[in-house]
Design a protein around this ligand. Structure first.
Ligand code: SAH
Length: 386
């Protein structure tokens, strides 16, 4: 196995439990993809890692021993991952959740999500993709009860986004449960599936009554999952806003699945900043505003980045919020720390009083690397204004 020498600085970083290798960590600019031994300046073994370029980083540390990748290695990881999710597996009110979460479960570069009797593998780099047969065989031995799988390609150079991987084919669309609420999902249409599983704790709070009797504005709503959870938890009306036309049909499907009448639930295809103006003009106000933007977006008129512009979203929401209103402010930007996000929020309030009710991060099935704050990328503040 190839050996790569590390600087003392990088060695220290890895000893702290960071497992993501970044561009500046390795001196060899173009090392071969595959397994490597990382050694100290004096040549002493530190960890086994693999190199393969992906959206975040250049590779992953996989063990502090001299590890080879075998089917048994992955069976062991999947068995441990399964044991730590028994509370999900044994809970019939939730049938969609993450079964394997990258470095949190001991191997960066791929995830596995369960949707009822089916699963979705997501490959984040070409190396994990190259060993996928072994990974999938190991998975099947640990989860023989799951009947079929799809895969998503999330790395550069992949020719397509989504394909059937093994076993039975899932219906084009079907329903999963989360806290007994139904959501319609699709496993073989691009990278998305109709629901972001990492938000299930927030949807759980909504279902459990956080917004009972209130009016809710859901911005960047995608398939309106937050609105549906709010409605099931007793919200009296919801408005969901998303720029994508397709969001309307997909949102309706979630509402229909739960027998909710659309009379009290509006779906608007609009830019969020335009909607703020529209709401002001029409004197529309809300008890609760949920804001969950993409980390970065570019449209014809402007670019938006969470790290620079979130405060504008907060500030404009205050203009259309009823007295004692609630803001649910979410971001999935891993490059924005909790403190930096808090600063954006404070900037948006411009000195106006508010009280943080809670901070939620990734749910238990999205296991994180506790030594690396970036792996707990989701941050959701629930805030009471005034
Ligand atoms: N809150 C959603 C996920 C949001 S994903 C959920 O819980 O499921 C981000 C969404 O923002 C996408 O659906 C995208 O179409 C939408 N979007 C991006 N830029 C936008 C803009 N300027 N105005 C409105 N929607 C936007």
């Amino acid at each position: 196995m190839e050996k790569l020498r590390l600087s003392t600085q990088v060695e220290k970083k890895l000893k702290k439990g960071i497992v993501l290798l970044e561009k500046d960590d390795l001196s060899t600019a173009k090392a071969e993809a595959g397994l490597v031994q990382l050694v100290s300046k004096s040549g002493q073994f530190i960890v086994t890692a693999y190199l393969s370029e992906q959206n975040k980083g250049l590779g992953w540390v996989i063990s502090d021993g001299d590890t080879e990748l075998t089917q048994a290695f992955f069976e062991n990881l999947f068995t441990k991952a399964r044991e730590s999710r028994l509370s999900y597996i044994d809970d019939p009110s939730t049938t969609a959740y993450r079964l394997f979460n990258q470095e949190g479960d001991g191997f960066g570069g791929f995830t596995v999500d369960r949707y009822g009797d089916f699963v979705v593998f997501s490959w984040y780099n070409a190396f994990v993709y190259s060993i996928k047969d072994m990974v999938v065989e190991a998975f099947k031995t640990v989860y023989p009860e799951l009947v079929g799988a799809y895969e998503k390609y999330r790395f550069k150079g992949a020719e397509t986004h989504s394909a059937h991987l093994y076993g039975e084919e899932a219906p084009e669309t079907f329903e999963v449960l989360e806290n007994n609420v139904k959501y319609q999902v699709f496993l073989n249409d691009g990278l998305m599936t109709g629901i972001f599983l990492d938000q299930h704790d927030i949807r759980g709070r909504l279902v459990d009554g956080l917004v009972t009797g209130k009016s809710v504005l859901n911005l960047f709503s995608y398939t309106a999952a937050f609105s549906v959870a709010a409605a099931m938890g007793g919200a009296i009306e919801t408005t969901s806003v998303d720029l994508a036309k397709r969001s309307v049909e997909l949102s309706k499907a979630h509402f229909d699945a739960n027998g909710l009448d659309m009379a009290n639930h509006k779906l608007m295809v609009m830019d969020v900043f335009d909607y703020y103006r529209y709401a002001k003009r029409h004197d529309l106000t809300y008890d609760v505003v949920v804001i969950d933007p993409p980390s970065f977006a570019r449209n014809k008129k402007q670019t938006f980045s969470v790290s620079k512009d979130y405060h504008r979203l907060v500030n404009k929401a205050l203009d259309i919020l009823n007295p004692n209103g609630i803001l649910i402010l979410s971001t999935n930007a891993s490059n924005l720390s909790v403190e930096q996000f808090q600063k954006q929020i404070a900037k948006g309030f411009e000195g106006q009083a508010y009280q943080v009710l809670s901070l939620d991060q990734l749910p238990g099935d999205f296991k994180i690397n506790k030594n690396d704050e970036r792996s707990n990328y989701l941050k959701v503040f629930t805030i009471k204004v005034g």
